[in-house]
Write a protein that binds this ligand. Structure first.
Ligand SMILES: N[C@@H](CCC(=O)N[C@@H](CS)C(=O)NCC(=O)O)C(=O)O
Length: 212
């Protein structure tokens, strides 16, 4: 049985769960409660030595890194088209996922950490210098994404792909992380489409569930 180990309210957890819910692949959900430090428990560390979520297990196979998990899930349903087979379409999707991992997500993560995580875990007030750095990086990369989305329904054109799930995930923290999306009209238009997917609401309900 395919199992997803995740904390749904965290963007990388939301990312893989929302896609699994969208393609309606059967899976078992195992909560990794970050508020209880469950990512550091020996049983979980044997699956993911980074002591981070999400992870996936499928029989004896274990996989971590949220974007790699998206690729694996999409590959299990090749005909659904969420990861095109043609070389250019395939590379385009992977390009945006690598960019999410290396550029967009780290920029969002600075603001999410300063404006939400610190307060949530009682780790002090936001550091203005970090907020300034995160805001500058967010503006730089959001500008790239916003310009790219102009004239495209989804990130890679007319079809919804795993690149959309990857890139939309950090934006689930727009409010809490005070991500400055307001000037980026194309991002707001595209994200509204993601938020309208039934799988988005289903995953949000998982995130809202009490963890105790
Ligand atoms: N690049 C990794 C990042 C995973 C990651 O940083 N997960 C965070 C939450 S979003 C985590 O588990 N943090 C727990 C900790 O650092 O203790 C991925 O995309 O899967």
């Amino acid at each position: 049985m395919l199992t997803i180990h995740a904390f749904p309210s965290s963007p990388r957890g939301f990312k893989v769960l929302s896609f699994a819910n969208h393609i309606a692949i059967p899976y078992e959900f195992k909560l990794v409660d970050l508020t209880k430090g469950e990512q550091t428990q020996p049983g979980y560390v044997a699956i993911n030595p980074n002591k981070r979520m999400p992870s996936l297990t499928d029989g004896n196979f274990t996989l971590w890194e949220s974007n790699a998990i998206l690729v694996y899930l999409a590959t299990l349903k090749p005909d659904a088209g969420f990861l095109p087979a043609d070389p250019k379409g395939h590379a385009d999707v992977l390009r945006w996922m690598f960019w999410e991992s290396c550029s967009f997500d780290p920029a969002c993560a600075i603001l999410i950490f300063e404006n939400f995580v610190k307060g949530f875990f009682g780790r002090g007030a936001p550091d203005p210098a970090e907020v300034e750095k995160g805001t500058a990086q967010f503006n730089k990369f959001a500008g790239v994404l916003d310009a790219h989305l102009n004239g495209r329904k989804w990130v890679c054109g007319d079809s919804l792909t795993i690149a959309d799930f990857s890139l939309a995930a950090p934006l689930t923290m727009t409010e809490g992380g005070k991500l400055p999306v307001e000037p980026f009209g194309e991002i707001k238009r595209w994200y509204a489409q993601m938020a309208a997917l039934p799988a988005w609401a289903k995953t949000a309900a998982m995130a809202a569930r009490p963890t105790a």
